[in-house]
Design a protein around this ligand. Sequence first.
Ligand code: NAD
Ligand code: LMR
Length: 342
Amino acid sequence: TLRESCVPKAQKQSHGSEYRLQPPESYKVAILGASGGIGQPLSLLVKMSPLVSALHLYDIANVKGVAADLSHCNTPSQVLDFTGASELADCLVGVDVVVIPAGVPRKPGMSRDDLFNINAGIVKNLVEAVADKCPDAFIHIISNPVNSTVPIAAEVLKQKGVYDPKKLFGVTTLDVVRANTFVAEKKNLRLIDVDVPVVGGHAGITILPILSKTKPSVCLTDEEAHELTVRIQNAGTEVVEAKAGAGSATLSMAYAAARFVESSLRALDGDSDVYECAFIQSELTELPFFASRIKLGKRGVEAVISSDLHGLTEYEQKALEALKPELQASIEKGIAFAQKPT
Ligand code: NAD
Ligand code: LMR
């Protein structure tokens, strides 16, 4: 509990017999892009975690104020701020989980791929520093286009000789959060009970909710399944249009990213029952990267859940085949960018 983790370690040890449960370990989390639309609420949510002992906030501007503000919350983690490239290395020392929401968001009329020219370089530079300073960390990539930025990160880590495919994740939790919400609304279910696996990638038709594997199982007409699939695929655009030029999803994204951080920390802490969807290097299909449900453990991806792709409906099977060329092209674009001589 929060209260227990506020007790200093030494005190816990000297009164060890009073505690029947092993106190949780505590971890260092770095957020790169911490003063942005996602970065700020994400930092707040991570500051609330009892599993975090240090929260390192990095951005190219405005991070001092965010850190000063957050540091007044009476939760266990110490908040440190790092501004600009010269402080990036210090931000990453000893970090267990690095979250990267740095980069520009969409405006109406843009695709996620339209962000490639700016965000590809940002992710490449940040992951180079991660490779140098905390190569063992779990790396969570939020910056779009995720279908390309994750392959970029993988190449950078390979070039540095520190790539561990089990620890590199494209964050697709928001797709699951949305799918759960929309299915629960449509079928009048208790939100907390609903879990929809979402596979593929994180852009348009590459986002594929496997509605036939929803838990608890739901009965959908073909029309309902189609409507829900399209809504989930376009949910990012729904927010971009509603914000009308002021950016894309930030609050729901921060919520989703915080859930993925907490799941990662629980896995690092030894919880053996942690499952999430994420975009990872994968052998589930012929594509080199693919989002699916995974089991998280201390060393990252412990298992890939293949059963979500078994016994698909005809609609899902067609959608799966249809997404492959676009996802493959986005992956190749990322790899080519990272391999280009500078
Ligand atoms: P934002 O513009 O509000 O914030 C981005 C932050 O990144 C800014 O504070 C900026 O200063 C910082 N930044 C820019 N260059 C940097 C660098 N080199 N190093 C460190 N920080 C840098 O944007 P946002 O709304 O927070 O969105 C961020 C990214 O997340 C976008 O690419 C967006 O498309 C993506 N996104 C992904 C998902 C997902 O599901 N994976 C969901 C929503 C948004
Ligand atoms: C989302 O799904 O909300 C994000 O990828 C942001 C966007 O551009 O839609």
